[in-house]
Design a protein around this ligand. Sequence first.
Ligand code: 6PG
Length: 248
Amino acid sequence: MFIDAQALIRATADFFIQSGRQAIAERDRFLVALSGGSTPKALYSVLTSREYAPQLDWMKVHFLFGDERAVPPTHSDSNFALANTMLFTPLCIPSLQIHRMRGEDPPEIAAIQYEETLRKLTGTTPGPWPALDLVLLGMGDDGHTASLFPGTPSVAEQTRWVVPGLSPQGTRLRVTLTLGVINHASVILFLVTGPNKAKVVQRVIEGPSSDPTPYPAALVRPETGRLLWYLDRAAASELTGATQDLSS
Ligand code: 6PG
């Protein structure tokens, strides 16, 4: 838990830079999947700042997406559009390092195409799952993450890497990485802020809820990697003391 949003975002940026440097030192590239939604905006602002931008060799970073809304890449709801405006353009990231989900295509087509993109990029053909270096995730107050929504088929997917998603509100049609891809990452980092997320944070982190439909975020359990929860005080407010300490 971090005192305030600024401390939280700086810590996330520090972790991003440190993970990137390690991956580049070990494998000469950094494969990172960005989350959608609004919370990443502050992170993008810090990463492109004069203080942080010089700290990483951005020419070695490959940007992927955890999910996308079924809208064109210029649409205000597009996760790509946000990252392009607030991160890729300010850092002059070459288009060859940006691997976006084609929200303008039918979700099934976009999902198949993106799995091919991931297989080519990770060289995992054949192979069960890719090993991304860092997967950034947000969480909705219904416990969804990426575009894995409670009670939808995408949550139960066992073999595919990318599938269509279905949101109960907003832009309904989505494309999303599956739990298999997420859970095989080296590091999974949840970035969650705000009082409206406190109840679901408590349910997801502190164990089984009485609700029949599991929270997709509770199914994020790394096979061999690390799981980190970066929370502000408001989002962590319903956690018991012991758990609160764990996340700092
Ligand atoms: C999306 C996201 C989604 C998001 C959560 C939290 O495309 O909507 O990937 O999973 O991370 O809904 O969204 P906020 O950060 O806006 O609260």
